[in-house]
Design a binder for this molecule. Structure first.
Ligand SMILES: Nc1ncnc2c1ncn2[C@@H]1O[C@H](COP(=O)(O)OP(=O)(O)O)[C@@H](O)[C@H]1O
Ligand SMILES: [Mg+2]
Length: 255
């Protein structure tokens, strides 16, 4: 479905993304995981041409995205930005509907769709479409960001740390509703995070990036059983160890 072939991006001497190749199956959710500056956002933005690659290409459904007009391409790809990026002077509804307005949907149809999306991301009935983003909590704003990405019913979603910078409980609730939405809409998605626990929760497979390179890709089990190097081992063992500690504590208290 999504095929990334030898993709690179250079900024002068800096190689932000270095000869990266991977594929995402239809209906699959691939997590890209890596530290800050490892090239995750740059990779994601090359999929929908917010950034043009220096070398390599991205194919979607067998078509080179380089040959598709960007507005055409983005119609079929939902994008959830890092740090949400809602427009403060627009209402929640206008933010969600931005792509639909660009597509020329008539206002009544937009209103219906916005109501449907507010329900889908579990903001309805508490949050009305004519509120301003600044009236909402961080978690609610993140939900609006996800609703905006889903507005035009894309078959591909790109999500850039969509639940970053939230308290653990809010984050957990958002992850759970995202898992439900994902299943319901049968999305094919690339989901960027720097949090391994989140990666394990949402990902069918996880690709680990470091210094612009993909150093390993596989199922959580693959990564755990045969980590490519110590970095990967540490990344995956940390949440596993924490889970074991919690398990042990629970065992203790139940006996
Ligand atoms: N427009 C740009 N000009 C120069 N360097 C950039 C630009 N965008 C990103 N970079 C650099 O490319 C590297 C990868 O960035 P990015 O893809 O944003 O990483 P991540 O999302 O994993 O934190 C970083 O070193 C970053 O500073
Ligand atoms: Mg980033």
């Amino acid at each position: 479905m999504i095929e990334i072939q030898n993709l690179s991006k250079r900024y002068g001497d800096l190689i932000a993304v270095d000869d990266l190749s991977l594929h995402v199956e239809a209906g699959e959710l691939l997590v890209l995981l890596g530290g800050s500056g490892s090239g995750k956002t740059t990779t994601l933005k090359m999929v929908n041409r917010l950034i043009e690659p220096t070398a390599g290409r991205v194919m979607i459904d067998g078509q080179d995205v380089g040959g598709i007009a960007p507005y055409e391409l983005r119609r079929g790809i939902g994008y959830v930005f890092q740090r949400v990026g809602l427009f403060p002077h627009m209402t929640v509804g206008e933010n969600i509907a931005i792509s639909l307005t660009l597509l020329g949907w008539p206002p009544p149809r937009i209103r219906d769709r916005v109501a449907e999306l507010l329900e889908l991301v579990e903001l309805s009935p508490g949050v009305s479409a004519d509120r301003r983003p600044s009236d909402l909590s961080g978690g609610q704003q993140q939900r609006v960001g996800v609703a905006r990405g889903l507005a035009a019913a894309p078959h591909v979603m790109l999500l850039d740390e969509p639940f970053g910078a939230l308290d653990p409980l809010t984050r957990d609730r958002l992850q759970q509703s995202f898992l439900r939405i994902r299943k319901q809409l049968e999305l094919t998605a690339i989901f960027v995070t720097h949090d391994m626990a989140e990666a394990l929760l949402v990902g069918d497979r996880i690709g680990i990036m470091r210094d612009g390179k993909l150093i390993q890709i596989g199922t959580p089990r693959d990564l755990l059983r045969s980590p490519a190097d110590d970095y990967v081992r540490q990344l995956i063992e940390t949440p596993m160890r924490q889970a074991q500690v919690v398990d042990a504590l629970l065992e203790d208290t139940s006996s």
